[in-house]
Design a protein around this ligand. Structure first.
Ligand code: UD1
Ligand code: CA
Length: 419
């Protein structure tokens, strides 16, 4: 990315319309906070200098900000123009341009922003807006154009008259500015509007009145423009993101039988030729090898790793667990904090009792073990290589290699060749 472009990410706002006690930008889509997507975008764009403006519950939001991005705190939430103003002193030495991103626009694509920056920097304009034509533009700022079709301002919906409300071209909130033009215009923004806020969008009319050029880049896929202000918008954005995640996995060679009921988090990794059956929830930080069968009705939670050719079948929950290659966990099991070897068979109804009320402990099952139906493994506990547990066994202490244990608590019934 060009050296003379910097970026400001606005993420100070409250969650008023979300009716939430959490900062809005920390609400998640597909297992990843909406601000996280914007931060990823900034890092993919390789923008040298980026500043995040935080405010409401900033200590919580800050945890998400990578060390390369400077944080500025907006003391009172006086509006988007005020937020940008707080960040500007960070760019004293910048001669070029500033890209403004909102923390509640997580569906933006890298190519779109690249296109916006390219257009803006090649056309010598004071500002370039990313706009979209939306059939029902409720909630968004409308783009005003003069009789020559030049952009002359933006009016927020709350302040728009009936005629302006009919305008279908909306402001996505994403803008590029020449830094000097932005700086001088910001000083003139006044809070003369319904919300009594300093609107960044007012900068556009100010620049227009100064006779400066303002242009726009339109996006085709209006989903990209989705700004999340309410729970309904969050749900909508979530389903758009889910479609994208599932489509990408399918392009990489994963079969998803019913994408509509496969809830796979952003960042989950699934290998080639896996088949994902309906009603699956696969969280972030889950890695699945190649050629696995997954589901139906499973929940693979954080920290789960599944080796190649494994089958994780009906009604199974795995968390913080490693399952080896060719291992079968086919029916009704809960495996938490476990390390399971290769070619293990986990019988129906196997449970790891991994929590004693105060702490969680580990269950280890070594290669080729055969865990009988309804076994309870009371952690911390190990089952040795090629060992067998009988149906209904409650395993409370270490099972050596190559033995069969049965009963409650489980005792050795017989020893195999090396047992
Ligand atoms: C904003 C735009 C609107 C646009 C829409 C696109 C303004 C005035 N309006 O409206 O034209 O169509 O986005 O989604 O900009 N924020 C701060 N400090 C503040 C206020 C807000 O950092 O004092 C941050 C918020 O955290 C948020 C972003 O700025 O990430 C946008 O604020 P929000 O209140 O969501 O603006 P909208 O009403 O959606
Ligand atoms: Ca918004």
């Amino acid at each position: 990315m060009k050296k003379d472009i910097a970026c400001i990410i606005l993420a100070a706002g409250k969650s008023t319309r979300m009716k939430s006690d959490y900062p809005k930008v920390l609400h998640s889509l597909c297992g990843w906070p909406m601000l996280g997507y914007i931060l990823d975008l900034v890092s993919e764009l390789k923008i040298k200098k980026a500043v995040a403006v935080l405010g409401y519950k900033h200590a919580e939001v800050r945890k998400l900000i990578p060390s390369g991005i400077k944080v500025v705190i907006q003391k009172s939430l006086l509006g988007t123009a005020d937020a940008v103003k707080e960040a500007l002193p960070q760019f004293k030495n910048l001669k070029g341009h500033i890209l403004v991103l909102y923390g509640d626009n997580p569906l933006l694509k890298k190519e779109t922003i690249k296109g916006l920056i390219k257009y803006h920097t090649e056309n010598n304009v004071a500002a370039t807006l990313l706009t979209a034509d939306v059939h029902k533009p409720a909630g968004y700022g409308r783009v005003l154009r003069d009789k020559y079709s030049s952009i002359s301002g933006i009016v927020e919906e709350k302040d728009a008259d009936d005629y302006q409300k009919e305008i279908k071209e909306i402001n996505t909130g994403i803008m590029c500015f020449k830094k000097d033009a932005l700086k001088s215009a910001l000083g003139r923004v006044r809070p003369n509007n319904r919300k009594k806020e300093y609107y960044l969008t007012d900068v556009i009319a100010i620049l227009y009145k100064q006779g400066l050029l303002i242009d726009s880049v339109k996006i085709e896929d209006i989903n990209e423009a989705l700004g999340i202000n309410s729970r309904e918008e969050l749900a909508k954005a979530n389903s758009v993101m889910q479609e994208r995640i599932n489509a990408k996995l399918m392009q990489q060679g994963v079969t998803i039988i019913d994408p509509g009921s496969s809830f796979i988090s952003f960042g989950a990794k699934i290998g080639k030729d896996c088949v994902i059956y309906p009603f699956t929830v696969i969280e972030r930080n889950v890695t699945i090898g190649k050629r696995c069968q997954v589901g139906p009705f499973i929940h693979l939670r954080e920290g789960t790793q599944v080796g190649n050719d494994a089958i994780i079948g009906n009604f199974v929950e795995l968390v913080r667990s490693r399952v080896g290659a060719k291992t079968l966990v086919k029916h009704f099991s809960y495996l938490g904090d476990s390390r399971i070897g290769n070619s293990v068979n986990i019988g129906a109804g196997t449970i790891t009792a991994n929590f004693n009320g105060t702490k969680k402990t580990e269950t280890i099952i070594k290669d080729k073990a055969l865990i009988g139906s309804d076994t309870v493994l009371v952690a911390p506990v190990t089952v040795g290589r090629k060992s067998i547990t009988g149906a209904g066994a409650v395993v409370t202490k270490k099972v050596p290699d190559c033995v069969t244990v049965v009963g409650v608590p489980a005792r050795i019934l017989k020893r195999g060749k090396n047992g």
